[in-house]
Design a protein around this ligand. Structure first.
Ligand SMILES: [Zn+2]
Length: 156
């Protein structure tokens, strides 16, 4: 692994680590509503946080900084070592896109839940959970949910 410069490291845990608080927060109520999923299934590139085989669907829970959420209030690139971070995050974004395209090509739907959808609290948490349940069970098409796009109804 490349050395990481010091200073300005928002939410490092939300990149490539398992069982983060945010993931658990989302997983628990979904399980309680009877949704069954596999965690970090290696069958799919990027090992989606949740895979619902019964519904042909995966969910990625994305940290806004590490996955480069555009126009997001909580994904500012630190001024220190700015070009380092820009490059790194650009690579992450390209890889995310490739992974999502691959999964969709195999007729599995993809839902991205951005960190800010939960953290910024402009959407009620249980509305987020309701949406996810609806999306998984209802065969809605691939989309993403964030503070910027709280109740998505369109494709991306
Ligand atoms: Zn965001």
């Amino acid at each position: 692994m490349e050395p990481i410069p010091r200073g300005g490291m928002p939410n490092m845990k939300l990149f490539k680590s398992k069982d983060t608080k945010l993931e658990l927060k989302i997983r628990k109520p979904l399980f309680a509503r009877g949704l069954r999923y596999r965690l970090y299934n290696p069958q799919w590139p990027g090992k989606p946080d949740l895979y619902f085989p019964k519904y042909n669907a995966v969910i990625f829970i994305h940290g806004c900084f590490w996955h480069g959420h555009d126009r997001c209030k909580i994904s500012h690139i630190p001024k220190k070592n700015e070009s380092y971070w820009r490059q790194k995050i650009e690579k992450n974004k390209e890889r995310d896109l490739r992974n999502q395209q691959y999964i969709k090509k195999h007729n599995v739907r993809v839902l991205i839940i951005w960190e800010c959808a939960i953290k910024l609290k402009n959407i009620d948490f249980y509305d987020v959970i309701d949406y996810i349940e609806w999306w998984v069970k209802g065969q809605a098409q691939s989309t993403e949910m964030s503070a910027i796009n709280p109740m998505p109804t369109f494709n991306f």
